[in-house]
Design a protein around this ligand. Structure first.
Ligand code: UT7
Length: 328
């Protein structure tokens, strides 16, 4: 039976950097509030002519270049995003167009902040079934383009970016590979975090625009409570499926929504804080992109050694959640 191994990572962050102090100038907020309540200091914001597919293509190119792999070696492209370039075609297809990749399947996955966990799990299933050999999974998001910049309860939270991983089949059971994954969803709480309009429920009209229904909305406190609970339970379940204990972990890469959620997870798992990868201070919450960006950062910084056990865990709108344990 083939196993699925992550053989490369990549990332791309837009150039424009906006600090909390920049936000203070046009939103009723303070650097102190944002830092202490969320852990965010600054975020990147994509340019008007830089849709999600461009960020995704750059992240995938970075991953391919890091191991000298030709794009022609890919068998499948999965893009996790809830901020696609267009409702359809998918962002994965636009990415293909930018990179002149033709023929291989390309699809978007919509699972909000858990999207990269869903994408990795799908890629693992494809590879372990023997159906495909080499799969690119990209998490990309441009939440700042669906943000209401007059709503201080949400506009300070988000940033744009993309991260990529390339997975390949391996026969080496004892080597680096995905050891386990766990996914979940509970649609009863869909209204906690959503973009209400521009789908078939509320097609775009002057009214939806006037009411700001094309913006992201979130019930922050309620979402926070679910996040703290589910991040722990999803972590425990993936560890159990991998036959590992919390103390076996070398690195934890949590979704970066709020430093207080990350702290709560580290405390509840009793994992040393140095083993937790943090990017929220610099890139804020980029939804499905936070984990692949953080994974790439740890990888490029030489923080990950062969054989390390890594837990990735996410939670997001849907509600959705997911966790993946890999041995590097
Ligand atoms: O990525 C997907 C999953 N997302 C999450 O998991 C996010 C979960 N939620 C959160 O991270 C937090 O709930 C937030 C960061 C969104 C909000 O933090 P909070 O501690 O829950 O604040 P709050 O909503 O209870 O608001 C506290 C106060 C309020 O003022 P009053 O009513 O106490 O006077 C807000 O009006 O803070 C006020 N406030 C702000 N003040 C300055 C809200 N936003 C801001 C702001 N600047 N940007």
């Amino acid at each position: 039976m083939p196993y699925a191994k992550i053989i490369a990572t990549g990332a791309f962050l837009p150039e424009k950097l906006v600090t909390n102090f920049d936000l203070e100038k046009f939103v009723d907020t303070t650097d102190e509030w944002i830092r202490t309540r969320t852990g965010i200091r600054e975020r990147r914001i994509s340019a008007p002519d830089e849709p999600s597919s461009v960020l995704a293509a750059n992240a995938l190119t970075d991953a391919l270049d890091s191991i000298g792999m030709e794009k022609g070696e890919l068998d499948y492209i999965i893009v996790a995003t809830v901020t696609p370039d267009t409702m359809f075609p998918s962002t994965a297809c636009w990415l293909q167009k930018h990179l002149h990749i033709t023929h291989i399947p390309a699809v978007d996955v919509s699972a909000a902040c858990s999207g990269f966990m869903y994408g990795l799990s799908m890629a693992r299933a494809y590879i372990e079934s023997g159906m495909y050999k080499t799969i690119a999974v990209i998490g990309v998001e441009e939440l700042t383009k669906i943000t209401n910049w007059e709503d201080r309860s949400t506009c300070v939270l988000f940033g744009d970016g993309a991260g990529a991983a390339i997975l390949q089949a391996t026969e080496d059971k004892e080597g680096g590979r995905i050891l386990s994954n766990y996914l979940g969803a509970d649609g009863r709480y869909g209204n906690l975090l959503m973009k209400e309009a521009e789908g078939t429920l509320h097609p775009a009209t002057h009214e939806t625009l006037d009411k700001g229904m094309h913006y992201i909305t979130m019930e922050g406190q309620e979402t926070f409570k679910h996040a703290v609970r589910v991040m722990k339970s999803a972590s425990v379940e993936a560890l159990k499926r991998a036959g590992l204990k919390e103390e076996d972990l070398d690195l934890v890469i949590p979704h970066q929504a709020n430093i207080r959620i990350i702290d709560a997870l580290a405390n509840r798992l009793k994992v040393d804080y140095e083993k937790v990868q943090i990017t929220i201070d610099r890139y804020a919450n980029s939804s499905s992109a936070t984990i692949p960006i953080a994974l790439n950062e740890a990888n490029r910084d030489g923080k990950i050694k062969s054989g390390d056990k890594i837990l990735m865990v996410a939670f997001g709108g849907g509600l959705t959640w997911g966790s993946v344990v890999v041995r590097w």
